[in-house]
Design a protein around this ligand. Structure first.
Ligand code: ADP
Ligand code: MG
Length: 454
């Protein structure tokens, strides 16, 4: 029995990430295989749900490949498996914990932003973790700090919400100010720029407004995408931009997308904004997420097991803001309940729901929903057709199957009716690449996910 399971595990290990394997399979055992009724021993009921939702197919295949007949698979909680964890009586409610999170977040002494610069000192380069998701942008940021107004001017930084745009551009401002306290730096979200501009015009102080900006050495504009429909403000910004640029003053702009993809942005302005290139922040990979959490734990002096960090990293797939949110909640819960973060995870008290991964769905459901969304039958979508919209739908299905269920490329190939798993790899890569620039595609995939889980 032991050997069979060992062989099956070796096979499973090939198909999933090392972190997943050690989290979910380390303490499993094979209890029985009689007449195809498989019983697998696990640490506690929390694992049952995970294994059933995410890995049942993989387990089945691995057993079959080891000549074990599989009719049903059940899980049994083995109380003797390293089960030191005894949840203490819960004395405080979840609401109390949430309130504590809020209080602590609001208490941070450095949170106030400076009036004259608009900068918040809590954003520094020291606490910005560099990873594969942001390394190019960070190296550009560093060269701006060394020589503002020089090579990366304007500096255009874009990416989805919660990925660190505000943090990075404010960090540039703070760092520049540290080196030269006399620099005139101003950070403003475009929405404030807009309302201040309107106010100044109303009060007949348009000139002052204008002068205030023209005196700057560094102008940082956040969330430029909200310029949509604000023509007068855009014109004013364009003028300020040109003046500062001519004086070699550093201009920094963030946005959730490229200027050319923002409706109603003047073409000349759009092209100027990316004159010196456009840098993007991407979703962090598993390793990046672990590194960010590790760094936060160190900064806070918090004790957290690496398995707990891996669990959070694995399950939060939205953005860094959500990653931080889950992390603080778990730390506080841990403090309140007197259990370590990993103990909380293992006894099922923590339900990280920032990911669709944990919500139950099947490959079949995903394939059906994608086909329906693109108004195709499953049969057509999973055919060999190379008609553009059919091929795209098929690739979107591959992408979602991979991201949502972490299926192997072989398994995905069989779900979408292609022969070869390299076709699947290619399909997923294609969608990943397109997603960077194709916002319609981003919206489509979000809508499909809503339909799958909604
Ligand atoms: P955006 O402006 O892109 O919506 P933010 O800059 O507000 O995102 O980042 C969201 C949160 O994530 C912030 O609390 C920020 O400090 C944190 N964060 C983002 N990227 C990193 C990183 N690379 N290292 C550490 N913290 C990060
Ligand atoms: Mg922001």
């Amino acid at each position: 029995m032991y050997d069979v399971w060992k062989n099956a595990l070796a096979e499973i290990e090939q198909q999933i990430s090392a972190a997943n394997f050690s989290t979910w399979f380390q303490d499993t055992s094979l209890i029985s295989t009689d007449n195809g009724s498989i019983i697998i021993g696990v640490k506690n009921s929390f694992y049952v749900k995970q294994l059933r939702n995410r890995y049942i197919d993989i387990i089945k295949t691995a057993l079959k490949n080891n000549n074990i007949e599989v009719n049903t698979i059940d899980f049994e909680v083995q109380t003797n498996v390293k089960s030191k964890v005894r949840p203490r009586e819960i004395t405080k409610s979840d609401t109390a914990i949430k309130n504590r999170v809020k209080t602590i977040r609001n208490q941070s002494p450095k949170e106030q932003s400076n009036h004259s610069t608009g900068l918040n000192q809590k954003y520094t380069l020291d606490n910005f973790v560099v990873g594969s998701n942001n390394d190019l942008a960070v190296s550009a940021a560093r060269s701006i700090i060394d020589a503002p107004g020089d090579r990366y001017n304007p500096f255009f930084l874009y990416g989805g919400p919660g990925l660190g745009k505000t943090h990075l551009v404010q960090a540039i401002g703070n760092e520049l100010l540290k080196r030269n306290p006399n620099l005139k730096i101003f950070y403003t979200p475009i929405s404030h720029f807009y309302s201040d501009f309107i106010d100044s015009v109303k009060l007949g102080k348009g000139k002052e407004f204008n002068l205030k900006f023209r005196k700057l050495d560094v102008l940082i504009i956040d969330d430029f995408q909200f310029i949509v429909g604000k023509e007068k403000s855009q014109e004013e910004f364009f003028n300020i931009f040109n003046d500062l640029y001519q004086l070699n003053k550093q201009i920094i702009v963030t946005s959730d997308r490229l200027p050319s993809q923002i409706k109603s942005v003047d073409e000349r302005l759009a092209s100027r904004l990316t004159w010196a290139g456009a840098f993007d922040l991407q979703l962090p990979k598993f390793e990046d997420k672990c590194a960010i959490l590790q760094a936060k734990a160190e900064l806070m002096g918090a004790e957290i097991e690496s398995e707990a960090i891996e669990y959070i990293a694995e399950n939060v797939n939205t953005n860094i803001r959500d990653l931080e949110g889950e992390f603080s909640t778990i730390l506080l819960m841990s403090e309140v309940r007197g259990l370590t973060p990993l103990e909380l995870i293992q006894n099922g008290s923590v339900n990280v729901n920032k990911s669709s991964k944990l919500r139950p769905t099947s490959p079949k459901q995903i394939v059906e929903k994608v086909a329906k969304y693109y108004q195709l039958t499953v049969k057509d979508m999973c055919s060999k057709s190379r008609v553009a919209n059919i091929k795209t739908a098929r690739q979107v299905a591959m992408f979602i199957l991979s991201k949502e269920l972490s299926l192997s490329t072989n398994k995905i190939a069989s779900e979408v009716g292609v022969k070869d798993h390299t076709t699947v790899m290619h399909g997923i890569k294609k969608i990943e690449k397109d997603l960077k620039l194709d916002f319609a595609l981003r919206d489509q995939i979000e809508e499909i996910k809503e339909k799958i889980y909604g």
